[in-house]
Ligand binder design. Structure first.
Ligand code: SF4
Ligand code: SF4
Ligand code: SF4
Length: 357
């Protein structure tokens, strides 16, 4: 079973120069070494023989560890060997951007990513000293001023829920950022060793309401796009389930670890692999491990089926943990938005976005 869209997390390495407390790929303790470019190109060509078109497009994202630790020549080698296979699939990078911006690395952002890529920001768990955070800010500013459209991922740790949401949104906008996304922590890698990082689901729920109220009050949709809201609002306005609400990640995502093993959702792809780059595609697609992950994702928590916002939420990401009968979804916010049904306001937040990935 393969979806009509494809999402590949292509890890150039399994390790990183940073060691964030919440890292689901084990930070600097991840396996050392680069991806095998010859095997990766061969894998994509065989996947193309198996499915020559993904009608809904998709994305190939260089990932890690820190993907930009790898020699850029290797990234160009893979891009040049693969980009012609599915012309409707776009390429990107998710990087920590905490390194000097040498021209060879900038060329990856410009040529492979077409100036559209992602980085991350966190509160107190990413950079060991202020100079590294300042380097990141400097790099972000330099790239946005050069016309790059950057999406910043922010992990919602407990420390984030103790901040005012508007403070974060305005900080990102001041750096020239056009898109932010907020992701909830999952129990993988380093995060498992640091339970104090996790906000409770109740705290998350309250913080999402606060973020909405402040965003509506300050009209943040006029200066920054919040992808976290997009995935809720598309359900309300267009009746689609996008992003973390698609509940189809395991059918469309392959994470190619740098050591050649393959898993689905990137958060679990270090410890939960079901194949390798050497497998023939038919074997990989039909592997029992992949089938189990797909099934886990299709079956919702029993309480979802009686939830008043199941039509909007769709059960949310299947990697998130419940606490008793409390899910990790922005449930209070969804209930309110459904009741208020302020479609003109929701459309302002969405802009042109209608739910396609
Ligand atoms: S979260 Fe990203 S930047 Fe932080 S240690 Fe993990 S791979 Fe590196
Ligand atoms: S299953 Fe959840 S964590 Fe994994 S890619 Fe999908 S939304 Fe993200
Ligand atoms: S809000 Fe919670 S209970 Fe309702 S559908 Fe979403 S995950 Fe399930």
């Amino acid at each position: 079973m393969l979806a009509d869209d494809l999402m590949i997390y292509l890890k150039t390495t399994d390790t990183c120069q940073l060691n964030c407390d919440h890292c689901f790929t084990n930070g600097k303790n991840g396996k050392k070494g680069w991806f095998d470019t010859v095997k990766v190109i061969d894998f994509f060509n065989r996947l193309h023989d198996y499915k020559s078109e993904f009608p809904k497009g998709g994305n190939i994202s260089f990932h890690g560890g820190e993907p930009m630790l790898a020699p850029p020549e290797k990234m160009f080698e893979v891009w040049n060997g693969v980009k012609h296979l599915w012309p409707n699939i776009w390429w990107s990078v998710q990087t920590n951007l905490t390194y000097p911006l040498i021209p060879k690395k900038v060329a990856v952002f410009e040529e492979i990513c077409n100036k559209n890529w992602g980085t991350s920001w966190d509160k107190g768990i990413r950079w060991p000293d202020i100079n590294q955070e300042l380097l990141w800010e400097h790099n972000v500013k330099e790239m946005t001023q050069a016309g790059h459209e950057i999406t910043v991922m922010i992990s919602i740790s407990k420390a984030i829920t103790e901040m005012e949401p508007i403070e974060i949104l305005d900080k990102m906008a001041a750096l020239g950022i056009e898109h932010v996304n907020f992701e909830r922590l999952t129990h993988n890698g380093n995060a498992n060793l640091n339970p104090h990082l996790f906000a409770t689901n109740k705290e998350l729920d309250a913080w999402f309401v606060k973020m909405w109220d402040q965003s509506a009050e300050y009209k943040t949709y006029e200066y920054i796009d919040n992808n976290f809201f997009d995935s809720i609002l598309t359900s309300l306005v267009y009746r689609t389930h996008s992003g973390c609400r698609c509940r189809g990640c395991e059918q469309k995502i392959f994470t190619l670890n740098a050591d050649g093993t393959i898993g689905g959702c990137p958060n679990a792809a270090v410890e939960n692999t079901y194949g390798t780059l050497d497998d023939d595609i038919e074997t990989l697609i039909n592997s029992p491990g992949r089938a189990c992950s797909i099934q886990d994702e299709i079956i919702r928590h029993p309480l979802c089926y009686t939830c008043p916002v199941f039509d909007i939420c769709n059960g949310d990401c299947h990697q998130l943990s419940w606490q008793g009968s409390t899910c990790a979804a922005p449930k209070s916010l969804m209930i309110r938005l459904k009741e208020e049904e302020n479609i003109p306001l929701y459309k302002k937040f969405l802009g042109d976005f209608m739910g396609q990935e």
